[in-house]
Unconditional design. Structure first.
Ligand code: MN
Length: 315
């Protein structure tokens, strides 16, 4: 049986919309409303955030609050590495998705000799760099950091010197670069992408499992194919951004997108994926209760989290 430790990353400086740092507490409130003892069951660690940076205007337009994002990623990385080193299973409950670059760095540092597999369940590809970003928000750059991807072929921006320097530090987090290879990345329900990201997905032949394929072929078949796609990897990380679910369900998130899957589909998919003993870390991210009605997103997220955890504990 795996011993779980939850990691609270109440950081939202990588997002353009305010409120994702409240996601963790909203999920905790949902648990209390359901009468669940979930948050008493497992040891918990909170990562120090840099949200005070939000009180000042951001100077770097192509990597907003990048210094803070890097600092949070470094802390998340150390914590994840330590949890894995202790033989435990980290469940990361994050604010905005930029900290996933830290999670991947931590896993890679724990297993430097092994290729890491990443199952990225998200409406977005998060493959932008300061050279291509339309917004400068770093939650759209998490995977590019892990892949050490500049995408200069599709360059639209001229980031200043300090931004370039910061980006180099982001890519070289823990002195391993890249931490992830395209062939070990799988996208699930990614659908709200920019042309620069679509170029990379095509050029690097990234495997994408669409909402339509999930609807047509069913969870079991898709889950099997996802696990086959990351078969060469001994350690698999699942990152679940709640905007992978359809915008009608996931209103309480910063960048909702239509044509997603349902909460039932995502729960079934995750339960099936969790059956693989190679899965070493699970993350849930981008719950923003300030955009929601009656904490619905956090309640959905908590129910999914509970199913994932039960699969881990009682498999
Ligand atoms: Mn995302």
């Amino acid at each position: 049986m795996k011993r779980i430790k939850t990691l609270a990353v109440k950081s939202e400086i990588g997002a353009g919309t305010r409120g994702a740092s409240l996601g963790f507490d909203a999920i905790k409130i949902a648990a209390l409303d359901f009468g669940s003892t979930f948050f008493k069951q497992f040891p918990e660690e909170t990562i120090q955030d840099e949200n005070a940076m939000l009180l000042e205007p951001s100077r770097s337009v192509h990597a907003r609050r990048g210094k803070g994002v890097l600092a949070v990623c470094e802390r998340v990385s150390s914590a994840v590495q330590q949890i894995l080193h202790d033989g435990n299973f980290p469940i990361v409950i994050a604010g905005d998705h930029s900290s996933a670059a830290g999670t991947i760095a931590g896993i890679k540092s724990a297993y430097p000799e092994s290729p890491i597999g990443v199952i990225w369940i998200d409406a977005h590809a998060d493959l932008h760099s300061p050279y291509t970003t339309p917004s400068g928000n770093m939650h759209g750059m998490a995977l590019a950091m892990a892949l050490a991807e500049d995408n200069l072929a599709q360059r639209t921006n001229n980031p200043d010197e300090s931004t370039v320097e910061l980006w180099e530090q982001c890519k070289n987090l823990n002195n391993i670069s890249p931490k992830l290879r395209y062939e070990n990345l799988v996208f699930v329900t990614v659908r709200d992408t920019e042309p620069q990201e679509e170029y990379l997905i095509r050029q690097q032949k990234v495997k994408v499992f669409t909402t339509e394929e999930i609807n047509n072929f069913g969870i079991d078949k898709i889950a099997r194919e996802i696990l086959i796609a990351v078969e060469p990897c001994d350690h698999i990380y699942i990152s679940f951004d709640v905007d992978s679910m359809d915008a009608t369900i996931s209103r309480g998130t910063g960048t909702p997108a239509p044509n997603g899957i349902t909460e039932k589909q995502v729960a079934a998919l995750l339960q099936r994926l969790m059956q693989s003993p190679k899965v070493c870390c699970f993350e849930i991210t981008e719950v923003n209760p300030t955009l929601d009605k009656e904490n619905l997103m956090a309640e959905n997220a908590f129910e999914i989290l509970l199913k994932v955890t039960n699969q881990l504990l009682y498999d």
